[in-house]
Design a protein around this ligand. Structure first.
Ligand SMILES: Cc1ncc(COP(=O)(O)O)c(C=O)c1O
Length: 1009
């Protein structure tokens, strides 16, 4: 049929609309596969969609469509769906004759406003849950609907999907293998699948047929539109289709699927047997899709769109093939609130009635009492992750423990989150950044090599392999047990090679038989000898291997597949779980800790371990830390920890005794400072350092007036707060005290003076404050500023500002203090101290955070003149300042910076990151400014009119946290993202940050300004 003869113009559509429906509106054309569709906008209403069919359209099919929509309208409580609008005569389908004399059917439906699913970014769990919810509601509303057209032949019906078998020749080798794999799986279960309950379902909740609310934070699905594919089929197919599209473009397709399934189940209860076939139904919908594309490609070889549109379907198919169908089923069951493994209860009931002694497993050991060994992330047995890989040390610790507990078996570890699995084999990039397998699924028994292991039950060998080379289990045996009508497995890992070599698959093992012997370290991947004992209700189709550790987000599924082995032994001690839930910690904090203590992030994190540039939470999740400039040389740097531990074991006193450590630290520091600054006082915090500095000022100049920057922060003590505009001009503050004089934040990007010469203008503002002091008949005590103003939003001081200000202050008789609490100790990259970037020499330098790498240690460096004047006879005593432990730590921090060339690293990685971030500003104009030095950077988010974008900055930091990257925000307008990681931060780390920044910058909320 000639298309141009069929085409309906906008004007014609408008006329038809008015004639039939008496409606006037603004009309635009919409794409449509079959019908000619027009969007009708009417003021103050949602509007309509006008659908004009082709002359050859099957009127039976249109009747089906209209009846179905009306049925949904009558039955679907709280359901948003297009409504049928009847024409003036009361018909739901009208008829017109077009200009060529053809009869054409016309329908008018109400418009559902919102965004189409495919345009929504990000598509998070809550959104996918709501997709399931709405689809479930729709299926509920369609229950009982009948129409003869609903049972038509239809290529997009999953139940009819085996037609695709005729077309597998269209695929190349790998792709064909994938398609055939799913076809065969689907076909092999077809009989049972066919019996699943059926009804008419929407059958096409694809990413262009789903309408999402306009909210940019936590948007929800409003409705599924386009009922053209509705059909009478197995209900599970409808779940499968919604899922198949909504899991595209996610690294972990199965994880992405679960909220949809659980949302569906929340509004339309899915049956256990339906979930068995969901995995293959999802796959078959995608098989239909790629087969249709392959056929269309032959018809339209030049159509590039076909290639692009099939890509995500292929990606999901390939990922789906990697997933065990059984594991998928258990995951779906868990998402619907069923026990994940169907046999879990049966196993538990059997285990209640059958008890075993630990001495049956190890008859030669003959111990039934247990000492629970904590190897969780927060285990104190081995301080550093690297200790776990130090076999001798680990063995020594185990031996010590065994000596103290001679009558007990050392054991434990079921569902324990561990951070010891450091190999990248244990990591994957999930939907929210890097995930590590950390949850231990068995119980470990720490016994000596060659300890015999005996069978607890009759069984059959189903796995007997040696994978010592893979540094995993070593010798591995899995036995299958049949008890009553229950089948389950027991797994024995880390056996000796010899234990395995005699075993054949199918060998029968009798209760009490010796199964094998614990392997030694060389045989079991360099682990200290132990038996990993695990119970499995399913082998998930795996033959020669089975995971012993799982990802935390799958813990509920795994604990059902691998029940607690202690259910067999019922040992009280092994049962112990001491973890305090985070909510309890929060509740206690709220009640008993200072009310003005804040918690970071909307969902607070409990960190239990630090390692280099990472922090690890209680579940073993690793966070890349770009916030902690305190852990300067890396969290829990082994050399620093060791220095502290060793000195703490030896002596800790105050500085009134002679000790080399205090001199040692002084020497290390003096080496880094200009010769003028050669006297040190040691204190315990940055606040104390600034407090002391101000005392020195008063003693030296006899004046107490201090000039400081707007939004500056210098500590929490009385005097510090008095000179911190960040505090006294902020929430709860009462403005500047009489002796504090604030000049405008020297921000050349968005401050009072911008661009070139800003430095001079701001220095003049400092002069103005000097004048104010002098006008009151007083003299200037000091000028205090950070070289990069941190709380002010990583403000780099404009060129010339510091030198000119120092000159003015000195001319007025004041002292100059450089607050290096954040910026010092090599972080700047180009220089060791921040003031050195400006070619000035302060009279006093205050040093804090990085110096102790987390230990409370700070210092004040000053000139001989200041020191002499301060020593006016009054003793300076500080109980903790300069103690041998703190000094040992501080010395090691400075030596580590030198030894590991970390200042150079800060320069190189910082420059790399800053350059790349500047590139990012071209792509995302929201990033108004990128600034800073070394690994002390800031990104300021503004709109086109330079207005600050605090909400977007906060959103960004929280979304980065979702992806395992910790970032902080600051600045007077809370619109600066700060980057100040431990300076062991690598280029790879920087790349990771950039990757996720780019991802989040592209999200919808970041574009709302
Ligand atoms: C620039 C500056 N000075 C001083 C301090 C106070 O240091 P502390 O918290 O160790 O007392 C801080 C703390 O954040 C700071 O950022």
């Amino acid at each position: 049929m000639n298309y141009s003869n069929l085409k309906i113009s906008i004007e014609q559509a408008q006329e038809i609309l008015f004639e039939l429906f008496n409606i006037k509106g603004i009309t635009s054309e919409l794409p449509g596969e079959v019908d000619f569709n027009f969007r009708i906008k009417v003021e103050n209403e949602e509007g309509y969609i006008l659908k004009i069919s082709r002359p050859d359209e099957d009127s039976n099919y249109l009747d089906f469509q209209q009846n179905l929509l009306q049925y949904v309208e009558n039955n679907g409580q709280h359901l948003i769906a297009p409504k049928v609008i009847k024409d003036k005569k009361g018909n739901s389908i009208s008829e017109i004759t077009d200009s060529s004399g053809n009869k054409r059917n016309v329908r008018l439906l109400s418009w559902v406003s919102g965004r189409v699913w495919s345009s929504v970014n990000p598509q998070l769990d809550g959104l996918r849950f709501s997709l399931g919810e709405e689809c479930g509601k729709l299926t509920q509303a369609l229950q009982g609907f009948k129409h003869q057209e609903a049972s038509r032949e239809f290529v997009w019906d999953v139940a009819q999907s085996l037609w695709t078998k005729e077309h597998t020749h269209l695929f190349t080798a790998d792709d064909k293998e994938t398609v055939v794999f799913f076809q065969e799986l689907f076909e092999s279960n077809f009989q049972e699948y066919s019996k699943l309950r059926k009804s008419v379902v929407h059958n096409d909740a694809n990413d262009n047929n789903v309408i999402v609310s306009s909210a940019l934070i936590n948007p929800k699905v409003k409705a599924a539109i386009d009922y053209g594919d509705a059909i009478h089929t197995q209900i599970i197919n409808d779940v499968a289709i919604a899922t198949a599209y909504a899991i595209m473009n996610h690294n972990d397709a199965l994880e992405a699927a679960l909220p949809i399934v659980s949302g569906y189940h929340s509004t339309f209860k899915l049956q256990e047997e339906e979930l068995t076939y969901l995995y293959s139904a999802i796959a078959m919908r995608l098989v239909i899709s790629v087969t249709k594309s392959a056929i269309n490609k032959i018809k339209e070889p030049d159509n590039e769109y076909l290639l692009i549109s099939e890509k995500p379907a292929w990606e999901v198919l390939k990922k789906w093939q990697e997933i065990s169908p059984d594991f998928a089923e258990y995951s779906f069951r868990q998402a619907c609130g069923y026990v994940a493994h169907p046999n879990e209860e049966k196993f538990n009931n059997w285990a209640i009635k059958n008890s075993f002694k630990l001495s049956e497993l190890f008859p030669t050991v003959q111990k039934n009492e247990v000492h629970n060994l904590d190897l969780s992330v927060s285990s104190k047995l081995l301080a550093f992750n690297t200790d776990f890989n130090d076999g001798d040390f680990f063995q020594f610790k185990i031996d010590q423990l065994q000596k103290k507990n001679t009558t007990k078996l050392i054991a434990g570890g079921y569902l324990e989150p561990r951070s010891v699995y450091t190999s990248s084999n244990y990591d994957k990039i999930g939907n929210n950044g890097c995930e590590s397998r950390s949850i231990h699924l068995g119980i470990d028994f720490w016994l000596s090599a060659q300890t015999p292991v005996h069978a607890l039950l009759d069984g059959e060998v189903v796995t007997a392999v040696n994978d010592a080379d893979d540094k995993a289990y070593g010798g591995l045996i899995i036995l299958k047990h049949q008890v009553e009508d229950l089948e389950f497995f027991t797994l024995y890992g880390h056996l000796s090679v010899a234990s395995v070599s005699g075993k054949q698959i199918g060998d029968t093992i009798k209760k009490g038989d010796c199964l094998g012997y614990l392997g030694n370290a060389t045989e079991n991947g360099n682990w200290v000898p132990h038996l990993h004992f695990q119970v499995l209700l399913s082998r998930l189709g795996l033959k020669n291997d089975f995971p012993g550790v799982a990802y935390h987000n799958q813990i509920n599924i795994w604990k059902s597949i691998c029940p607690d082995p202690n259910l067999l032994f019922k040992n009280e001690i092994l049962h112990n779980n001491k973890t305090v839930p985070n909510n309890d910690l929060i509740a206690y904090r709220k009640q008993h800790l200072g009310k003005s203590l804040s918690l970071q992030y909307k969902v607070p994190i409990k960190m239990v371990r630090g390692a280099g540039q990472y922090l690890i939470d209680q579940y073993g999740r690793k966070y890349l830390d770009t916030v902690n400039n305190v852990s300067h040389v890396g969290h829990e740097h082994p050399a620093v920890v060791k220095a502290g531990q060793e000195q703490m074991a030896l002596l800790n006193t105050n500085s009134r005794y002679l000790h080399e450590n205090i001199n040692g630290l002084a020497k290390e520091l003096i080496e880094t400072l200009p010769p003028e600054l050669n006297v040190l006082h040691f204190v315990n915090s940055g606040s104390e350092a600034n407090e002391l500095a101000i005392r020195m000022v008063k003693a030296t100049t006899g004046e107490r007036d201090i000039i400081a920057s707007e939004v500056g922060y210098h500590g929490n003590a009385n005097m510090c707060i008095d000179i911190s505009s960040y505090k006294f001009d902020g929430k709860g503050g009462q403005g500047a005290p009489e002796h504090t004089h604030i000049f405008p934040l020297p921000d050349a990007f968005r401050g009072k003076y911008r661009g070139e010469n800003a430095g001079e203008h701001y220095a003049n503002e400092v002069q103005n404050q000097i004048d104010v002091v002098q006008a009151k008949g007083r003299g200037v005590g000091a000028f205090i500023i950070e070289p990069i103003i941190s709380c002010g939003g990583q403000i780099e001081l404009p060129e010339g500002f510091l030198a000119q200000s120092y000159e003015a202050i000195r001319a007025a008789g004041g002292l100059c203090i450089s607050d290096e609490v954040q910026t010092g100790c090599g972080r700047m990259g180009k220089t060791f101290w921040g003031f050195q970037l400006h070619n000035v020499i302060p009279d006093i330098v205050t040093i804090g955070k990085p110096l102790g790498n987390g230990h409370p240690l700070a210092a004040v460096a000053c000139t001989q003149e200041v020191a002499d004047k301060f020593a006016n006879g009054m003793e300076y005593f500080n109980t903790f300042g300069g103690n041998p432990v703190s000094c040992a730590i501080g010395t090691q921090v400075l030596q580590t910076v030198k030894r590991e060339e970390l200042q150079k690293n800060a320069l190189e990685v910082g420059e790399y990151l800053k350059t790349a971030l500047k590139e990012l500003t071209k792509e995302f104009p929201i990033t108004g400014d990128v600034r800073g030095q070394g690994l002390f950077l800031g990104i300021e988010l503004v709109d086109a009119n330079m207005n600050p974008l605090a909400e977007q900055t906060d959103y960004l930091a929280n979304r980065m946290k979702d992806h395992g990257i910790l970032m902080s925000t600051d600045g007077p307008d809370y619109n600066v993202l700060k980057i100040k990681p431990p300076i062991v931060f690598t280029k790879e780390n920087a790349k990771e940050v950039l990757f996720y920044l780019r991802k989040i910058f592209a999200e919808d909320f970041m574009k709302t300004y």
